[in-house]
Design a protein. Sequence first.
Length: 202
Amino acid sequence: MLITVEGIDGAGKSTLVAGLAEALREHDPVVLREPGGVELAERLRALVKDPALTVGARAEALVYAAARAQLVEQELRPLLDAGRLVLLDRFVDSSLAYQGAGRGLGVAAVRELNAFGTGDLVPDRTLLLRIDPPSGLARVGGRGDEQDRIEQEREAFWIACANAYDELAAAEPSRWAVIDAAQPAEAVLRAALAQLAPLLEP
C-alpha cells in the first residue's frame, strides 16, 4: 500500500510522516521522501534545490520526474510488489502543484510526463496537509535554515500551488483526505490515522 503526504512547504509533511511511521510500526512501514530515496534521486535533489543554480521550469519538471522514475523502479515497485506499506513524503501530486500550477507548465502536461516516469503508479491514499501560504512560509522561515531555491519563491507561487492542491483533492475525493495543518501536530496525526484506519484494517 502506498500512502503519500502532500502540501506546500511548511505544512508539516515530514513531521506527520515521522509520526505515522511510529504510530503504524506494527505494519512495519517503509519511509521514503521525494525527491530522493535512492542515490540518483538524492543527487538530483541536491541539484534542483541549489539556490546557486539557474533551473528553468521545464528542466525542473524533468529533473523531478527523472528522480521519481528512478525511485519507482528501484524502490517503490519492488516494495509494493512485496506487500509492504510505504509512507512517501511527496509524489506526483507535488509536481502537478509546483511545476504544473506554480511554474505555469500546465497540470495536464506535467501529469502526462509523470505518468510515463512512474508507469502510472497512483497512491492508495493521499493526505493533503492544508495550510494557508503565509502560515506555511512563516514556518519555513522559522526553521533557521538557509532557504533552498524553491523556498525562496514569492507568495504568488505558493498561492498557485495551494490552489492547485485544493483542485486536485476535489477532483479525486476517494483518494485524497484533506487535513487542517494549522492544528497542533498531535491533532494532525490523529486526523491522519483516522483517515487511514479503514485501509489498514485486516
